[in-house]
Design a protein around this ligand. Structure first.
Ligand code: ADP
Ligand code: MG
Length: 370
């Protein structure tokens, strides 16, 4: 970014945000800082229990904050009630009321605010039309397809005119086919409405497909923030490389590196003295259609770091097939190796990559082919 162009305005700014459910316990969310650009699609991504939902619920006002601040368009909303924040929440599998029509589902929160019936129906009808559901306003959720239900849930969340839409695993209860359809639709609506979306998911694939900005969390800390491309191509730590998948981690003399499994080179072992590369043997072969995924174990590496994989195009594999049990040599171009940092640490804690905790490098890597 050049010096004159200012960063886009932060719709949501999180400052040293902390949640401690029990005194003395490790915080569920530990002093995280985050700026989410206005009108962007932000995904909070991480394994189960890493603090994603807690973070989202604190932004929504459904969970109290132990320390820190939440700002929406530069207004401190940390202690405001949920309804006064300018945020709205869309829940897992949409959580529509089964006994209410689409129209009454959408109008529900206005009813709670004692808006007169004619007015709330008018506004709900407008929103349903906006999401191309006006003609089905009288249907009950069970009479709607998954996609139509999602649009009703979206209209219901939008009726309070939020600036920020919060989505907690909205797609995780859907079958895989519908999930892929629905995420394309969420992405389209976000762009069309121009709202800021904060979407919690444990699925790397979902976050990659949706996000302008991915926030990778682990143990209540943020490991990395970046575009899907940045995070996938430059994982900041071993945790991110492994969590994103598709990467191998190697311990070299000067630290850990990650190499994408589609950037690996594989060659049969010649058994001769000049054999270059990291020795390994094939443990499984998975045919995936366009690609073939070869699972391997590195020779002489600790069990937790010995599993690696190589992704070959179907054509490459067929031109030189491997079999389970084959001895091979692995290598990569130096430009494809990403140095990994120590990862997020709590104040006062040594990093994962500190000299004391770093594993002994693999001797064989001295012979790595360039
Ligand atoms: P995620 O959504 O990433 O799976 P959560 O934010 O739900 O994670 O949980 C983060 C941590 O906080 C977990 O260790 C979880 O057990 C704990 N936790 C979540 N909700 C509560 C609660 N209401 N009371 C106590 N601990 C909780
Ligand atoms: Mg959760």
């Amino acid at each position: 970014m050049d010096a004159v162009s200012a960063p886009p305005p932060a719709a949501v700014e999180i400052v040293a945000l902390t949640k401690r459910y029990a005194a003395g316990a490790q915080p569920a969310v530990d002093q995280i800082d985050l700026r989410i650009a206005s009108g962007s699609y932000c995904c909070l991504l991480g394994p189960s229990g890493c603090g994603k939902s807690t973070t989202l619920r604190m932004v929504a006002g459904h969970e109290s904050v132990s320390a820190g601040d939440i700002l929406l368009d530069n207004r401190n909303i940390t202690n405001l009630p949920a309804a006064a924040r300018g945020t709205a929440m869309m829940f897992q599998s949409f959580a529509l009321f089964p006994h209410l029509s689409a129209l009454d589902n959408v109008a529900f929160s206005l009813k709670m605010k004692s808006v007169a019936k004619a007015e709330r129906h008018r506004r709900a009808k407008n929103l349903l039309e906006r999401v191309a559901m006006g003609h089905l306003a009288e249907r009950k959720p069970a009479e709607l397809s998954g996609g139509q239900q999602q649009r009703v849930a979206l209209a219901r969340a939008l009726i309070t005119e939020p600036r920020v839409l919060l989505l907690d695993e909205p797609l995780s209860a859907l079958d895989p086919f519908l999930r892929i359809q629905m995420r394309a639709e969420l992405r389209r609506w976000q762009k069309e409405l121009g709202l800021t979306f904060i979407h919690v998911t444990h699925s790397q694939e979902e976050a990659m497909a949706l996000a302008d900005t991915m926030v990778v969390m682990n143990h209540g800390l943020i490991e990395q923030v970046g575009s899907p491309h940045q995070v996938y191509n430059h994982p900041a730590s071993e945790f991110v490389a492994r969590f994103m998948g598709g990467h191998n981690v190697f311990a070299l003399n000067d630290g850990l590196v990650a190499v994408r499994n589609d950037h690996m080179r594989i060659a049969p072992s010649t058994g001769e003295a000049g054999d270059m590369g990291v020795p390994a043997h094939v443990t499984d072969i998975e045919y995936q259609g366009t690609y073939v995924l070869i699972g391997l174990r590195l020779t002489g590496e600790r069990p937790e770091r010995s599993g690696v994989s190589v992704l070959l195009s179907e054509q490459t594999f067929l031109s030189r097939p491997y079999e389970v049990g084959d001895s091979v040599r692995l290598s990569w171009s130096e430009t494809d190796a990403r140095a990994l940092g120590p990862g997020a640490t709590r104040p006062g804690e040594p990093g994962n990559g500190s000299a004391a905790s770093r594993p002994a490098p693999m001797a064989a890597l001295a012979a790595m082919a360039a």
